[in-house]
Write a protein that binds this ligand. Structure first.
Ligand SMILES: [Ca+2]
Ligand SMILES: [Ca+2]
Length: 470
């Protein structure tokens, strides 16, 4: 289950999860995107999806960058084009959910980074409006961390940190670093390894798999829409991420924002996991990438050095974890990509609903249910005790009938995932699980998935973490 993982790290994570019970903060997350948009169509695709969720966050920056795929050019105008399309549908989005930001505000966040590849754009004289913007956002008098989804190279962030390190005391550098939460889609230039080495405490999520060897299909994020490479089916349902599905539900006859979602050339939306993970759907807990979410699951360890890395990794960070999941082919699959594709139908239907919101009246569109637990998210039990689980109080804003599923999520938690544990009545509103025998306190996770019965059903979640005592 956890092939990359040392027992020491498992133990430390166990302690951390016992000590830190904090659920997701009701405050909005601050999000600043770096994108090598225009290198291929998929960043534009991700930007369309991102904007349909922009009411969930305090968006703080949309910065156009380079990458190995686009080494000497940045394309802020493409971001402007998509934000302009958003401006045409914002009023309609507001019929469905509150908080969609003003178009002029989003436009003011669009910045360009230095148009050179990787570390060639880091150092004296390499400041850009993008790198300066990152510094000003992190320096705001706001204690919330800044989440930085990185869809291309990370060198604009590297330049910001390079400058801060040049001009501030070590203590102030650490304070600056402590506010950052970085999730990169592999290393698309040589600045990622530099960042991890130079700032050992920088919160960093990355799936190894440097581009040079063309090894992307090993990366966790490819589970967003891939995992049937070379005609070999590996579990994810390709029919709901393929061009015909996207044409029907996103691009055609769905208004100007959906129309900005271009035809897929390679993979649909390889960069999207960086923010799926930040969607407040009851499943995600962004400070705990090991819990798993629509954006995948990651564990904290030092990845093995692979030949396409620039240099050996020097410290642990959040990286590939595996889940064992039943695929659309009714076979079991154990893979890092499964940590994303297991949720594929839910995140695709959710996107389709939000694209509907860009053009339809409230009554003509679907809206997600509200998953409610009739008890706290953290429960305690002794071995052998019955743990009662209840979704009483869950509702749907459209009045749709709801279905319930209690998923024992085997991989997070400290309880041995190879030992049997079964939720009883797992398709009912009220379920239970018998706490297993343990010799020391152990945790296990049960996910409540509440799904409505719209044409494309929508799902919301609650996570129950049970601590079992001997
Ligand atoms: Ca990209
Ligand atoms: Ca509904």
């Amino acid at each position: 289950m956890k092939p990359f993982h040392s027992h020491t790290v498992i133990f430390l994570l166990a302690l951390a999860s016992l000590v830190c019970h904090a659920q997701q903060s009701p405050q909005k997350l601050r999000v600043l995107v770096l994108t090598d948009i225009e290198n291929e169509p998929d960043d534009a695709q991700s930007m369309v999806r991102f904007l349909t969720y922009s009411n969930q966050w305090d968006v703080e920056g949309l910065i156009a960058t380079t990458s190995i795929h686009q080494p000497n050019r940045v394309a802020p105008d493409k971001i402007k084009q998509i934000v302009t399309a958003y401006g045409k549908v914002r009023t309609n989005l507001l019929l469905h959910e509150k908080g969609y930001p003003e178009t002029t505000y989003l436009t003011s966040l669009i910045k360009a980074s230095y148009p050179n590849y990787g570390m060639e754009a880091v150092g004296a004289g390499k400041d850009s409006e993008g790198s300066e913007w990152i510094i000003s956002v992190v320096d705001k008098k706001d204690n919330r961390p800044v989440w930085v989804p990185v869809w291309g190279g990370a060198n604009c962030l590297a330049q910001a940190l390079w400058k801060v390190r040049q001009t501030r005391t070590p203590d102030d550098v650490e304070k600056f670093v402590a506010k950052l939460r970085v999730y990169t889609i592999s290393d698309q230039d040589d600045s990622g390894p530099w960042l991890r080495k130079t700032f050992p405490n920088l919160f960093f999520i990355a799936s190894p798999g440097m581009h040079a060897g063309g090894a992307y299909h090993h990366a966790t994020w490819s589970g967003i829409s891939g995992d049937n490479f070379h005609g070999r089916f590996r579990g994810g349902d390709f029919s709901i991420v393929d061009n015909p599905w996207l044409d029907e539900h996103i691009r055609k006859n769905h208004g100007p924002l959906g129309a900005e979602h271009p035809f897929t050339k390679f993979l649909m939306e390889g960069d999207t996991p960086t923010f799926l993970f930040l969607i407040n759907n009851g499943l995600s807990d962004p400070e705990h990438p090991n819990y798993g979410s629509w954006g995948g699951r990651y564990e904290f360890y030092t990845p093995r050095t692979r030949k396409w890395f620039y240099e050996p990794e020097t410290r642990p960070f959040w990286s590939d974890a595996e889940d064992e999941v039943m695929g659309a082919d009714s076979a079991w699959h154990t893979s890092n990509k499964a940590t994303i594709w297991r949720w594929r139908r839910a995140y695709q239907n959710d996107f389709a609903a939000r694209i509907d919101w860009t053009t339809k009246a409230y009554k003509e569109a679907n809206h997600p249910p509200v998953a409610v637990l009739n008890h706290p998210n953290e429960l305690r039990a002794k071995s052998g005790e019955k743990v009662m689980l209840s979704a009483e109080g869950s509702t749907d804003p459209d009045g749709n009938p709801l279905t319930y599923e209690w998923i024992y999520y085997r991989e997070p938690g400290t309880f041995d995932s190879n030992r049997p544990l079964e939720v009883q009545d797992k398709r009912k509103k009220n379920a239970f699980v018998v706490a297993p025998k343990v010799t020391k306190p152990e945790t296990f996770h049960v996910i409540l998935a509440v799904t409505d019965t719209g044409n494309l059903p929508l799902t919301r979640y609650q996570r129950v973490i049970v601590t079992v005592f001997p």
